[in-house]
Write a protein that binds this ligand. Structure first.
Ligand code: PHE
Length: 515
């Protein structure tokens, strides 16, 4: 089976691709700011704890599910479970939704890279402020669609090349290049006068409040939820990616070691990305700089490069290329989830799927939904937005990008992880998973116990908690009321989901046969 579907050319190639899927926009615009705002090292320690007990165990399980069944997400759930078969569909659908905006953001990166390139070529010509540039770009729907299209074409060409011939090849060059670019930007950022403030913001507990970056320290519960959500998104879990990439692994590859490396590398790049962007932004603008989200990338940093003088555009080109590579390596992983599903499906019908054609249709479908997000321009162009304008729900929901984001990452990701852990922990048991993990790895006598504790208790409870908070966010109508009643309702729904699916799992015939 391995040969027919293709597999990774080497373990290093797999690692590069897995790290590539994990390292993305989340590392650059999410992690550093959240770490600073939520108390520096305290946040980092919580993040690591969650990464070890939740992230690491889910990552190993997903890789094992893929390799054990030799199938993408839908096939893997079908093969393993009797009551949670449908969860695989969730993990194909969510990447599709994420891609609607990830590709648009990728397009922005191409646009900014070309912009800096032309500033470099026509040095001395008048340049615009970041905010004006960003505004102009967003209100030019045609331009945004074209750049999204360009991004899509790059992804199409890579995915068409297949696992070892496309994805692995791209990451083998892309990831080392990304690292080198990152180091260059860090050196520039840290040597700007005033950079130390930014470093203190990131690492010193309480500094964010003391130096006036934020008004008050968030509560422990909210730090925990932030760290959990970020860890999840950043490691690309519960999106079918890890199952899909696992299904192309060879039996000789070591799942434990590889998972450790991916978690470690992703966290390292997140911290490094923080050192690349936060000190530079703070050195140029002080505590009032916007330090997260699209505005950090496309307004604050663009201004930072312009303030650097003649060399600015050069750093601009390097930086946006760096972000672009990070975005491509995540987008191709998301696309591959859908492509692998369709190819597996064709094979199960006795046909041989045609990769080129499949990739083409998948990319076309993504392009169509992405066009809506691109034309919307973060809400600048008054495109109809579901719910908010009609029903008045949700402050987050004044543009299509946030809507797609809140739905996919906010709800679908934690829900997917919750269901997966209940399925393994309570329905099919951890044994088939740990047996698979032990192929190609030395026997670890505590592994089964560790996975049992994680997947039966820690992960479901942590996920129900994160999901509850997100449901609260999703339905909070008034920003003033955030953190109040709606959240209790959200947590209530999270707990109810946990109990209902737990009951479904423990009464499953599969569990009865096993016990
Ligand atoms: N992990 C990527 C990041 O940090 C984003 C991503 C999330 C990619 C989910 C795929 C799936 O930005």
């Amino acid at each position: 089976m391995e040969n027919k579907r293709g597999s990774w050319g080497s373990n290093l190639g797999f690692l590069m691709a897995a790290i590539g899927s994990a390292v993305g926009l989340g590392n650059i615009w999410g992690f550093p700011y959240k770490m600073g705002k939520s108390g520096g090292f305290t946040f980092l320690m919580l993040y690591l704890l969650l990464a070890v007990f939740v992230g690491f165990s889910i990552m190993m399980s997903e890789l094992a599910m893929g390799r054990l069944t030799g199938k993408g997400t839908v096939g893997a759930y079908h093969a393993l479970s009797s009551r949670f078969k449908w969860v695989g569909w969730l993990a194909v659908f969510s990447p599709f939704v994420i891609l609607s905006f990830y590709t648009v953001l990728g397009g922005y990166c191409i646009e900014y890279m070309s912009l800096n390139l032309s500033n470099l070529a026509f040095a001395g010509a008048e340049v615009k402020a970041g905010a004006d540039l960003f505004g102009e770009m967003l209100t030019n729907p045609f331009g945004c669609v074209m750049f999204t299209f360009l991004f899509m074409i790059i992804c199409y060409l890579i995915n068409r090349g297949g696992i070892s011939g496309g994805i692995e090849k791209f990451n083998n060059v892309g990831m080392p290049a990304l690292f080198v670019m990152l180091v260059i930007i860090i050196i520039r950022s840290l040597t700007l006068p005033g950079a130390a403030e930014g470093v203190k913001f990131m690492f010193l507990p309480g500094y964010a409040v003391k130096a006036g970056f934020i008004e008050s320290q968030p509560s422990f519960i909210s730090v925990l939820a932030t760290a959990g959500g970020q860890m999840f998104f950043s490691l690309s879990l519960a999106m079918g990616i890890t199952i899909t990439y696992g299904s192309y692994m060879k039996k000789s590859q070591n799942i434990v070691k590889n998972s450790v490396v991916v978690v470690f590398a992703d966290t390292l790049v997140a911290i490094m990305a923080g050192l690349a962007v936060i000190p530079a932004a703070v050195a140029t603008y002080g505590p009032s700089a916007t330090l997260s989200g699209p505005k950090l990338l496309f307004i604050t940093l663009q201004d930072v490069f312009q303030a650097m003088g003649a060399v600015g555009p050069l750093f601009g080109v390097i930086f946006y290329l760096f972000v672009l590579v990070a975005a491509i390596s995540s987008a191709i992983a998301l696309i591959e989830v859908i492509v692998t599903f369709l190819l597996d499906h064709a094979e199960s019908k006795g046909k041989t799927g045609n990769r080129s054609k499949t990739v083409f249709w998948v990319c076309l479908a993504i392009m169509l939904e992405a066009a809506v997000v691109a034309v919307d321009g973060l809400g600048s162009n008054g495109v109809w937005v579901p719910f908010q304008k009609t029903l008045g729900i949700g402050p987050w929901n004044d543009n299509w990008l946030d809507f797609m984001d809140a739905f996919s990452e906010g709800i679908a990701m934690p829900a997917g992880a919750l269901l997966m852990s209940i399925m393994i922990g309570w329905e099919i048991g951890t044994k088939p998973i740990t047996d698979e993990i032990h192929h190609g790895a030395e026997q670890i006598h505590w592994l089964n116990k560790f996975m049992q504790i994680c997947l039966m208790f820690v992960v479901p409870i942590a996920m129900a908690f994160i999901l509850g908070g997100q449901i609260g966010d999703f339905f909070t109508m008034d920003p003033e009321k955030q953190g109040q009643t709606v959240y209790y309702i959200g947590y209530g729904i999270g707990a109810a989901i946990l109990i209902i699916f737990w009951a479904i799992a423990v009464t499953s015939p599969k569990r009865k046969n096993r016990l």
